[in-house]
Design a binder for this molecule. Sequence first.
Ligand code: CP3
Length: 352
Amino acid sequence: MDERLSKSASAPLFLRALAGETTARPPVWLMRQAGRYLAEYRAIRDEAGSFLDLCYTPKLATEVTLQPIRRFGFDAAILFSDILVIPHGLGQKLEFREGEGPVLEPIEDDAGLGRLKRDGCLDRLAPVFETVGRIREALPEEVPLIGFCGAPWTVATYMVAGRGTPDQAPARLWAYRDAEGFARLIDLLVEVSAEYLIAQIEAGAQAVQIFDSWAGSLPEDAFRRWSLAPNREIVRRVKAAHPQVPVIGFPRAAGPLYEAFVEETGVDAVACDTTLPVDWIRDRLQPKAAVQGNLDPLLLVAGGRAMEERVREIVAVLGAGPFIFNLGHGIVPQTPPEHVARLVEIIRDCEA
Ligand code: CP3
C-alpha cells in the first residue's frame, strides 16, 4: 500500500479502497450515475434549458450531482459536468443536440488549432469550480467527491470529428498522417486537462478520474503515444501538485494493454471495462493498483437473476483485494432506477 495514501479506519470506504486497502464490502458508485434515467434529473434538465447551461449553472449542477446520492446512497459522488467543457473552454463551438449528442466545429489542421484560445481557458470554466465547492459543502462528510476530465485522445476524437464517431477515424487519420501536428493538439490538452484537474482538487474534489473512453481504437504503438503517454503526463502533473489525491484511469477497451497502462501511468486505480475477464483483472491488474468495475450496463437494464449472479461473481473474485464496484461503462438512459437500488442493496449486503 502506498504510505502517502494510507487511510485510517474511519476514512470513507471509497478512499480506503483507492489507497490500496481491501475493505469489508466494496464501495460502490456508477459512471453516469446522474442522468436521464432519473425523473428528477429530467426535471432539472428541462429547467436549465440546454445541457451546457446545466453544466455551467452551479446551483443546478450541484443539485443533479446530489440526486443519485440521496436516492441510492452511493459511496462517492461525481461532479456533474462533461468531458467536452475543455474544448468549449478553448473556444471551440459546442452544442448538445437532442438525440444527436455533441456537435462541434471540427478542427482538422494547424489553422483549426490556431483558432483555439489557450489563454483564459480555465477562467471560462470557473462555474465548474464553483460547482465543485458547492457540492463538497452540501455532501455528507462520509461521501467523497470525484472530479474528472476526458483524456486528451478521447477529447481529441470529438474535437477533430466534430461529433461522436463509431471508429474515431478522423482523429486516427490525422495522427497517422501528421503526427507532429496532432501532437500539438494532444500536448495542449495535456496542459489544460492537468490544470483543470488541479483546480477541481483545489475547489474540493478528493479523487479524480480521467476518462479515455476511446483508448481501444488505437493499435499498440499509437496507444502508447496518444493514450498512455498523455495519461501518464497528466498523472505526473496532478501528483506533483497534490501527491495525496488518488487518480483513477480508464483506458476503455484497451484489452491486454491495460496492464502497461497501469504499470506505466502511475494511476492509483483503474476502471475496467466489461470485456476484461475478472480473473485476469485480479491476477494482472489488482496487484499493481486498486480496480474498479466492471458490470455490463445492460445487465443493469435487464436486472433480475442475470444481474444478481453477475454482481456476486464480480464481488467474489475482485472483493479479495482493493476494489470499487462500478459498471464497465456509463449507465444508459433506459435503466430502471429500481434495478440500481437493488444493485446497491446487494453490494451493501456483502458486508459479513
Ligand atoms: O458520471 C456522471 O454522472 C457525471 C457526469 C458525466 C457526463 N458525461 C454527463 C452527461 C460524465 C463523467 C461524462 C463523461 C463523458 N462525456 C464521456 C466519458 C465517459 C463515457 O461515457 O464514455 C464522454 C465520451 C462524454 C461525451 C458526451 N457527453 C457524449 C458523447 C454525450 C451524448 C451521449 C448521451 O449520453 O447523450 C454527452 C452528453 C451527456 N453527458 C449527458 C450526461 C448526463 C446526457 C445529456 C442530456 O442530459 O441531454
